[in-house]
Design a binder for this molecule. Sequence first.
Ligand code: DGJ
Length: 583
Amino acid sequence: MNIRSFYGCIAILALAALSACSRTTTVASTAIPHLQKQGTATQLIVDGKPFLMLAAELRNSSGSSLEYLKPIWPKLVAMHVNTVLTAVYWELLEPKEGQFDFTLVDGAIQAARDNNLRLIFLWFGSWKNGVSSYPPAWVKSDQNRFPRVQDKDGRGLETLSTLSTANRDADSRAFAALMRHIKEVDTRHTVVMMQVENEVGVLGDSRDRCDAANKAFEGPVPKELLDYIASHKDTLHPDLSQAWVAAGSKTSGTWEEVFGKAAYTDELFMAWNYAGYVGRVAAAGKAEYPLPMYVNTWCSMPAPDRGPGTYPSGGPEPQVGNIWKVGAPAIDIRGPDLYSPNQPDWIKWYRANDTDNPLFIPETDSTRGAYHLFYALGQHDAMGYAPFAIDELLYSTASGTKMEPADLPLARSYATAMQLAPLILEYQGKGKMAGVVVSADDPPQKIPLGDYVLEVSYARSRRPPAPPPATPAASAPAVPVPPPTPVPAPPGPVPAGAIFVSVGPDEYIVAGSGPVTVTFSPNTPGAPIAGVLSIEEGTFVDGRWAPGRRLNGDETSQGKFVRIGGGGIPNGSIQRVKLYRYH
Ligand code: DGJ
């Protein structure tokens, strides 16, 4: 792309820009926020235009007080957050059966609107982190009407059973009332998506063992599920495929006849029942107002988890993703809550093991988000990213020193991502973006993108580079791949993250949270050496490129590489790099 067409492209993008990353529109389009494919990506469309959620989730109890939230909204704006995730609590929404109090919902919508923010409501209904702490007192205290999960010792858990239509219908009625109300009051589409329940699944046992659950477990596997399995043999998760094939690829039978006697069978059974319940709650809500809806996942780990029940059994984990897909068609996204420092491994694993599932990260670590963000956006077309407990970040820091919201590392990264949003949205799903996270001890990473291979190195001292990683084995048939092992945060310097967009044959937009250096080598026939023709630092103002400094000399090590962070280039700097080739 030449300079003129680059500017042309940016000018077109500018038209989309105002609302692409913006937090508001004055005249709302009548279309309800919805999901739409672009190439391999899925985008959230708000008021007729793609919207990138630079989001943040409040602590669990924050949404219960409008007063508490009052000073927080403007701070979130200062952090360049454009979407806030906050809970709606069943116990406060329906304190008496059939009587709804929408004060908190209305207050949150009004405050978000006043601050030009969008909202995602988290429905803390039947379950939150596996247990039922949020149902109202009239549900909690009537165990006969609203049955609980029983464990193998016959003890009742504080967890509503999925095997109860009374539970499901009570939750569905409340959620439907919520969606009906949002439809009535939110004509400006401040609310863009809904999370249904929170990290569901049985904790403390691999499955529910109440009478109704035992009866269903000893009864036939529903035909609908078996038909799905038989007709999707090639796309089943390897765990599911192996269990089914090992038990004889049956098209009828009880759960243990069809999938074998194993804790995994209990997990499949619970997944089917949670999906059925949560899917029905979501469908009841969508019948009133069909916003996109997702569930969030407490991701199981090889350690310390020791099988289903030590993590929520039946929750939307990748190994039961197929069950959720067929059992809960009203759920559009299964989003992983990702807290481990090696987030790129988790994202890769999650995407490979729950295919055909758009990437939205509903919870993550707020500090590491400053660099992980660029990987999720650049490498995986994430439609949104939401660090958790953002209000805590605003009032406490590890050092005890209070920082201005805009100075927080996450805020700086969000400021950059906010500017890039129109470009990111334009290029999502087209194979022209990449993202990287690199730590001080990592070897350089080679990223083929466009007509060049980018070599990205952590820009650090004179420490000898770590040995290159072992060559990956040739691709093998699908076998279960366990989730990555969570690793502690690397000691020493904070890792770096960067995003790269190939905007033309010899041209890249580069940004991130450094310090990294980037070199380029040609990837296509022609002259074999790449040189830097020009590097411009600049900003996107409503999607339009506004050049600032021309970078050369020490700031580029005499044209040897592009720096992101360090060497006179601040974190958050956006650079437009033009290359040429020579012999
Ligand atoms: C995951 C849950 O979904 C959140 O609501 C919160 O409880 C965090 N865990 C705490 O780390």
